[in-house]
Write a protein that binds this ligand. Structure first.
Ligand code: AMP
Ligand code: MG
Length: 334
């Protein structure tokens, strides 16, 4: 195991830089990339050595498979066996924050899929990442660009703070517009799609397109095959170091006289409150704003040295399911 530190550079998305970073990837290097969900750590998905370097840089267990990012449908057909359900979801939501699990073809090395016969695939919508994918001309494997288990990065600065010295390059594409990892749906059996991770594309949206129920694959529960299938379903994940305490609802009486070393994070701005230990995610509690700011705020509060962070859960369906999923994992202790 090497411990050599390398210099990490942040690149803006100029044509020259994109050409240079595409060459880095084609030669088997790693690049931190912007996506509309969270920042990813990309490598050539057909290069086993390059993909092993992703796991090393992140400290990610080899049993946690990577998502493969594609530029167009032709690339999907080169790496997986699509079916009608995949085609319908792709037509409705790609490019976008949706990942499909399908049977893989042999060009994808076992390192990428943690030895599974399936591969998770997404066509991202971020314009800079799409340009980079096009220039590379090959699918790119990319998990979130953070040390394993920590809060996912939504800015280039977050990537730098977690992976400085471990990777050579980060492409800065501005703050992630969605801020939560993609929805993952297993469509290997097109008649029985299963939601493996909630995200910005809601279960209802998937059901409307597929015209059948989308069942949840619940985490834990002693189902070994399922644990193997989607380790992103680990109970504790996406976690700050500071303990997170969840509340269905936070009232003024809870935080108004709270200890100054405990932070309170609300969904929406309360009336007439100016306390340094109280903050909120969106002025109106609008869920898209909440999702976009959630990980950045958890990082800030984590760095501020509070004894604990009280967080209010989101209410409603759709995005609230994804937000609360991440909050529950952030709060899980083991
Ligand atoms: P990350 O990009 O860090 O959010 O992690 C990618 C996640 O995608 C993994 O943790 C899994 O939950 C999921 N995933 C990747 N490949 C597969 C697969 N072949 N089958 C099921 N889930 C997968
Ligand atoms: Mg991750």
């Amino acid at each position: 195991m090497t411990t050599t530190r390398i210099t990490t550079r942040v690149f803006r998305g100029t044509p020259r830089n994109l050409a240079r970073l595409a060459r880095v990837l084609q030669r088997g290097g790693l690049v931190g990339v912007p996506t509309e969900t969270v920042y990813g750590l990309a490598a050539d998905a057909g290069n086993a050595r390059a993909c092993r370097a992703i796991f090393r840089a992140k400290g990610r267990p080899a049993s946690d498979p990577l998502i493969v990012h594609i530029h167009d449908w032709g690339q999907l057909e080169s790496i997986a066996e699509p079916n009608a359900a995949a085609a319908m979801l792709a037509a409705a939501f790609w490019p976008g924050p949706l990942t499909l699990v399908l049977p893989k073809k042999s060009v994808i090395p076992p390192e990428v899929t943690a030895g599974l016969p399936s591969v998770a695939i997404r066509m991202p919508g971020h314009p800079l990442f799409r340009k980079l994918l096009k220039r590379c001309g090959r699918p790119l494997a990319a998990p979130s660009a953070n040390p394993f288990g920590y809060v996912s990065p939504t800015t280039a600065a977050h990537v730098l703070s977690g992976l400085r010295g471990k990777i050579g390059a980060i492409l800065d594409g501005g703050p992630a517009q969605i801020g939560l990892e993609s929805t993952i749906v297993d469509v290997r059996d097109p008649a029985r799609p299963r939601l493996l991770r909630p995200g910005a594309i809601s279960r209802k949206q998937l059901e409307r397109v597929l015209r059948c129920p989308v069942l949840t694959a619940a985490p834990g529960g002693g189902d070994r095959q399922r644990a193997q299938l989607a380790p992103g379903m680990l109970k504790r994940h996406y976690s700050p170091r500071t303990p997170v305490i969840l509340h269905e609802r936070i009232a003024r009486t809870d935080f108004a006289h709270g200890a100054p070393d405990e932070a309170w994070l609300l969904m929406r701005q309360p009336r007439q409150v100016a306390l340094p230990h109280v903050s909120w995610l969106d002025p109106q509690g609008e869920l898209r704003g909440v999702a976009r700011r959630l990980f950045g705020r958890l990082r800030e509060l984590d760095a501020a040295g509070y004894r604990c962070i009280h967080v209010e859960l989101a209410r409603g369906g759709g995005l609230a399911e994804a937000i609360n999923d991440r909050l529950r994992r952030a709060a899980a202790r083991a």
